[in-house]
Write a protein of this length. Structure first.
Length: 128
């Protein structure tokens, strides 16, 4: 189920390569991760243990793409959802086992993937 918009916050611009990890505690290895929300709740992301998938939901019709930025000790990347409000993009898949993945929901412009905006606190969980 897609998440809903809960509120607005000030715009925070962050370069995708410059994000730092502020990860929370480790969850059970076979559990799904918690939801991460952009500061304005226009985007959300969740790590799904079965398949090592990162779900990225676009939760607001605002003309921006939703993006999930993720990182492990051995790799990092982003999953872009440019399909519009009310949609989900699934990405990553088949990560190395027994790693911690940290991820955050943001929004950005899919035509220029060098910057993402309104990122909040990273969520974190172990992979199996």
């Amino acid at each position: 189920m897609l998440t809903t918009r809960l509120g607005r916050s000030a715009l925070v611009a962050v370069a995708a390569g410059g994000l730092t990890l502020g990860a929370s505690g480790m969850a059970a290895a076979s559990a799904d991760g918690p939801w991460s929300f952009s500061t304005d709740y226009a985007a959300s992301a969740k790590f799904i243990a079965n398949g090592d998938d990162l779900w990225v939901d676009d939760d607001e019709a605002d003309g921006h793409s939703a993006v999930g930025v993720w990182s492990t000790s051995s790799s990092s990347g982003s999953v872009w959802n440019s399909k519009g409000a009310g949609t989900r993009q699934v990405g990553i898949g088949n990560l190395t086992e027994n790693l911690r993945i940290a991820y955050v929901a943001c929004w950005g412009e899919s035509s220029n993937k060098s910057k993402v905006y309104n990122c909040d606190t990273y969520a974190s969980i172990g992979t199996t």
